[in-house]
Every structure is written in structure tokens, then in C-alpha cells.
Design a protein around this ligand. Structure first.
Ligand code: ACO
Length: 174
């Protein structure tokens, strides 16, 4: 399938929010953009499987979730993808969402979530580009800080991306 330009896609948010510096540093055969409404067929779920168990919900349920993210709370969810242009297939993804607070003079906090790079292209700098792009989006949205949870194994990766250790994650799973 040939590469589909941004203008022909229904994007989750304005592509101009992705920092130009990150776009400029990507190799010519890759493209970074917001998640689009047709990305279920470009391997979005398959890439996320590098992160955890991700059953495919099917095209319709995926599309319903995309629409909720795109419209339910504008200027809140920023999912991005990197594509292999030749195959028009997603090879990396991640999201930042903005939490609107009362503290810190009604401050905003960016939360980075669900970072995944296809196994075949890990170690080529794509994860770092995803984090730079999401941090840039969070900064441009006015966040006073951007945070994330990760395993100890991934801590050195985030340090390389400019993040530092800042506490302990707690969780209660159902
Ligand atoms: N330990 C030490 N250093 C690492 C690690 C690691 N686990 N991973 C990457 N690095 C280093 C690289 O060597 C590189 O260093 P350099 O800049 O000096 O050359 C730098 O970090 C950037 O690495 P990238 O090539 O950008 O890393 P990659 O594209 O492989 O992405 C990621 C890293 C996202 C962890 C990827 O391996 C992946 O998808 N893993 C499986 C899913 C996962 O664990 N996701 C993160 C969950 S946490 C969250 O979502 C908030």
C-alpha cells in the first residue's frame, strides 16, 4: 500500500503540534504524524503488542475508541505514530494526555503513556523521537511537568530522553 499523506487522513489532532525538530531528524523513509481514523489497518494494535497483551478489538470498536479520543475531550489526548513510508505501516507509537489541575495556578501536567516500537526496528532511535515529540506537545500545551511510569529495565532509556527518577508508581488492578 502506498504512503498516505496527512492531507488525505482524518487525524486525532493538528499535525502542526508535532515539533518540526523531530520531523527534521527522522530518516526520509519514515513519517511521524498524529494517529488517524484509518490506522487500525496500518498495524496500530500489532505495534502496541510490543508493550503488553493487546487483543485486537476489531475495526469498528477501534474506530469508536479513536472517535472518543478525538472528540470527547478536545486538546487532551495526543496519540502519535511513526510509519514506514514504503509499506504505509506503523512502526512506533505513543500518547501524551493532558491533566488539568487546580494546583500550581491551575497547572497542566502531561502524562506519557503506551510507548511501543516494533521489535524489528527497536534500537534505531525511534523511541527517543516518540518521547521528544510527545514532550514537545506537552510543553507547547503549557504543561509545568511531563511524567510517566516505567519498569526499572526501561529507566535508562528515559534517562537518555532527558527524564529523571521521581518516585514510585502504585497500582491496583481489577
Ligand atoms: N536500557 C538501556 N538503554 C536503552 C534501553 C534499555 N532498555 N532502551 C533504549 N536504550 C537507549 C538506546 O541505547 C539509545 O541510546 P543512545 O541515544 O545513546 O544511542 C537511547 O536509549 C534511545 O533508544 P531508542 O533506539 O530510541 O530506543 P527504542 O526505539 O528501542 O525504544 C522502547 C525504546 C520504547 C523501550 C522500545 O524498546 C520498546 O518499545 N520496548 C517494548 C515496549 C516498552 O517497554 N515500552 C515502554 C513502556 S513505558 C511507557 O509506555 C511509559
Amino acid at each position: 500500500m502506498p504512503f498516505t499523506p496527512n492531507a488525505e487522513l482524518d487525524l486525532a489532532f493538528d499535525a502542526k503540534l508535532i515539533p518540526q525538530s523531530v520531523i527534521d531528524e527522522l530518516p526520509d523513509d519514515l513519517h511521524i504524524r498524529p494517529l488517524s481514523s484509518s490506522d487500525h489497518s496500518r498495524g496500530h494494535i500489532q505495534v502496541l503488542q510490543a508493550l503488553t497483551t493487546v487483543p485486537d478489538p476489531g475495526a469498528q470498536a477501534w474506530s469508536d475508541r479513536f472517535r472518543l479520543i478525538q472528540t470527547a475531550s478536545p486538546q487532551t489526548y495526543y496519540p502519535i505514530v511513526i510509519l514506514d513510508k514504503q509499506k504505509d505501516t506503523i512502526v512506533a507509537t505513543g500518547t501524551v494526555f493532558m491533566e488539568r489541575k487546580f494546583i500550581r495556578n491551575l497547572g497542566d501536567c502531561g502524562h506519557i503513556e503506551d510507548i511501543a516500537v516494533d521489535k524489528n526496528v527497536q534500537g534505531k532511535g525511534l523511541g527517543k523521537r516518540i518521547i521528544q515529540a510527545l514532550t514537545g506537545i506537552s510543553d507547547a500545551s503549557g504543561a509545568y511537568k511531563t511524567i510517566l511510569d516505567c519498569s526499572e529495565d526501561n529507566q535508562p532509556f528515559y534517562v537518555k530522553c532527558g527524564y529523571k527518577y521521581a518516585g514510585v508508581e502504585m497500582a491496583k488492578y481489577n
